[in-house]
Ligand binder design. Structure first.
Ligand code: BEZ
Length: 216
């Protein structure tokens, strides 16, 4: 893959750039993650800051849901491993919440640069709040970017992960505000024969030939 410059960004559909990094759970290499796991990798601007503490607490409190979705969590900031360790202990002592997932200490910014987490007009030294959804083949499937001063929405992160996994499993698309249990979108027909079949299919909710929903 072409070398990415400091502020270039991988895009949806790209293979996730590989890296080796120091984390709160020891050294890890992205390509060593289990081949059947999804990965949600997220950056935060800095340890010992308020919004970041609420966000990391959110990931920690809902880690069980990510486990059920066969998904590994992987945090990152441009802080030292010592700062990470101290922050994790500090939050645990203050609130009882333990950040029980690896957090990358990206002091040399090498991972942040590969993933376009540094946005020069926001900060050249702190990563923005990025979330990368990486599928088991290590392809980037969805990217979120939030600025330094706005925390993310954990429900939306989990909803997006469920939507991606549902799309893959059932070969469907998901409409506005979809949540599990609701009808899904049947991919639009590509041939006249498929149009005819669809018009006669009693198992789907047909709004028009190009828009149909079904229960899964
Ligand atoms: C925060 O997490 O509160 C924060 C971090 C960096 C810049 C602004 C806010």
């Amino acid at each position: 893959m072409e070398e990415l410059n400091q502020f270039s960004m991988p895009r949806i559909g790209d293979m996730a750039p590989d890296f080796e990094a120091v984390t709160t759970k020891g050294k890890i290499k992205l390509s060593d993650f289990a081949k059947d796991k999804w990965i949600v990798m997220f950056s935060h601007p800095a340890d010992f800051t308020p919004v970041c503490t609420t966000e990391m607490t959110g990931f920690a409190l809902r880690k069980g849901e990510f486990d059920e979705l066969n998904t590994e969590l992987l945090g990152l900031s441009i802080d030292s491993i010592h700062a990470h360790l101290a922050w994790v202990q500090n939050v645990k002592n203050n609130t009882g919440v333990y950040f029980n997932f690896p957090i990358i200490a990206d002091l040399d910014m090498s991972v942040s640069k590969k993933y376009g987490m540094l946005m020069e007009n926001e900060s050249t030294t702190a990563a923005v709040r990025a979330v990368f959804f990486i599928d088991p083949s290590k392809k980037i499937r969805l990217i979120m970017y939030y600025p330094l001063n706005v925390g993310r929405n954990m429900d939306e992160i989990i909803r997006s992960l469920k939507a991606l996994q549902t799309a893959d499993k059932y070969k469907v698309a998901l409409p506005l505000d979809w949540v599990p249990g609701e009808k899904v979108i049947v991919p639009p027909p590509a041939t006249l024969e498929e149009v005819e079949n669809r018009l006669n299919d009693k198992s789907i909710e047909l709004i028009d030939f190009y828009l149909a929903k079904k229960s899964i």
